[in-house]
Design a protein around this ligand. Structure first.
Ligand code: 5GP
Length: 111
């Protein structure tokens, strides 16, 4: 069981910003920008590459939630979404998540 499953199950605390039947949004414990949220599905998909065709609606839902939450907290004009897929790409928690980062400038290409 991953750490994020324990957050979903409310076994460990998190600063939860948004929740619905499908997803949960909470603040990253080690923020890399003034706003750094994690958007996760409640379904324990390990990484994007493990999502199935049946998960297409869920994946779209997560991106919709990103926009909704960004509007709610007033960062809709400038934020970056990041997904690290696999340890070699920087993934450290193996429960699919979108990073929503905002409040500073971001370089391109990303590091
Ligand atoms: P990844 O490296 O897998 O893309 O991102 C995992 C993220 O989870 C990291 O940004 C890390 O700071 C965050 N994180 C790790 N443990 C916890 C925790 O216990 N609570 C919260 N809120 N975030 C965590």
């Amino acid at each position: 069981m991953t750490l994020f499953q324990k957050i979903i199950d409310k076994e460990i605390p998190a600063d939860i910003i948004y929740e619905d039947d499908i997803s949960l949004v909470f603040k990253d414990i080690n923020p890399q920008a003034p706003t750094h949220l994690l958007i996760i599905p409640k379904k324990p998909i390990v990484k994007v590459a493990d999502a199935s065709e049946a998960d297409k609606e869920l994946l779209g839902h997560l991106m919709w939630v990103a926009g909704e939450v960004a509007r709610e907290i007033g960062v809709e004009d400038a934020f970056r979404l990041v997904i690290n897929n696999g340890a070699k790409a920087g993934q450290s928690v193996f429960h699919l998540h979108l990073h929503l980062l905002s409040g500073r400038s971001f370089s391109w290409p990303p590091g």
